[in-house]
Design a protein around this ligand. Structure first.
Ligand SMILES: Cc1cc2nc3c(=O)[nH]c(=O)nc-3n(C[C@H](O)[C@H](O)[C@H](O)COP(=O)(O)O)c2cc1C
Length: 289
């Protein structure tokens, strides 16, 4: 498509209100279902940003020292908090072995995770490794996983099924305090199996890490291109979970097959500015005979 025509179309769609954009989306969806168009190529095309254009607008691809970023970390006040122990388990220094032995593991013994194991897993996957000056803030956190612009677009939640000393329930991970904030108490095993299209192996996991994406953390800087970056951010956190679990001899498996609206509703997130992108079951492995 010619560049001018494309720009006209982008401007046209950008000028529509949300309702009108939804109508266009529905028409495209119907056409896709009939096999008449490739929805993927339309979406992929529309998520391209004209980087030169952004540069002309004075956008700088550096750590912006004069600009404040939107809040990086969610906070649940007025809920019960569990401070996680900070005497982390040592991880073996044999990255080659860890990379070679990492596999998606779906068979769990059903034994509980210790609080130290869980704490170590969360800390090395997505904890705060140090603070620095950035985005006009002297105490800007740096996390264990890389993220676009360092803006930490991913939030972690945790369904605790069987963790020593921890009530069953759904928590939010607060990396600043290295704590878990109890959002809902209760046994969510069956509910999560059902929401993950009946993937039965989830039932025996000791914990399920739930990754959500928060769009506003990236949109102000990367505009629509943020929608590509945010999934990469999730991938980096996910791989950290895989590698740290492997180092701790725990089993984990990424799960992207789930009913989106229902899961977003369960966590009381809007599914637009913040939406779930991945779950990761974690469990003790069955001992080899
Ligand atoms: C984004 C993503 C989504 C996945 N979703 C599921 C899932 O819903 N259920 C499942 O059993 N495995 C899921 N997996 C695990 C893959 O099946 C697995 O990584 C793949 O078969 C390669 O095996 P390996 O991880 O042992 O190397 C997912 C993996 C990724 C990266």
């Amino acid at each position: 498509m010619k560049e001018t025509k494309k720009n006209e179309l982008i401007k046209f769609i950008g000028d529509l209100d949300v309702k009108e954009q939804e109508i266009i989306y529905n028409i495209l969806s119907k056409a896709r279902k009939k096999g008449e168009i490739s929805e993927f190529s339309i979406i992929h095309e529309s998520l391209k940003t004209d980087l030169e254009d952004m540069m002309k607008q004075g956008f700088e691809f550096q750590e912006l020292s004069s600009v404040k970023a939107p809040p990086l970390i969610k906070n649940y006040n007025d809920v019960e908090k569990f401070l996680l122990p900070q005497d982390y388990l040592p991880l073996p220094f044999s990255l080659d072995k860890i990379l070679k032995s990492r596999r998606s593991k779906r068979e769990y013994s059903g034994k509980p995770l210790s609080l130290r194991e869980l704490s170590t897993l969360l800390y090395f996957s997505y904890g705060i490794r140090r603070y620095t000056s950035a985005y006009n803030t002297s105490k800007f956190p740096l996390r264990m996983a890389p993220s676009s612009g360092g803006l930490q677009s991913i939030e972690l939640y945790l369904a605790a099924n069987k963790v020593d000393e921890l009530k069953k329930g759904i928590y939010h991970y607060n990396p600043i305090e290295h704590s878990l904030e109890l959002i809902y108490e209760g046994n969510f095993r069956r509910k999560l199996v059902n929401l993950c299209v009946n993937q039965e192996f989830i039932h025996d996991s000791s914990a399920i890490i739930i990754l959500s994406c928060v769009m506003e953390r990236l949109l102000w800087k990367y505009k629509i291109r943020a929608y590509r970056y945010i999934h990469m951010d999730a991938g980096f956190v996910g791989e950290n979970v895989y590698l740290t679990s492997t180092a701790l001899k725990l089993g984990t498996c990424a799960i992207a097959g789930f009913f989106e609206n229902e899961l977003n509703n369960l966590l009381n997130i809007d599914g637009k500015n913040e939406f779930i992108t991945l779950l990761m079951s974690v469990g003790k492995l069955q001992e080899k005979e």
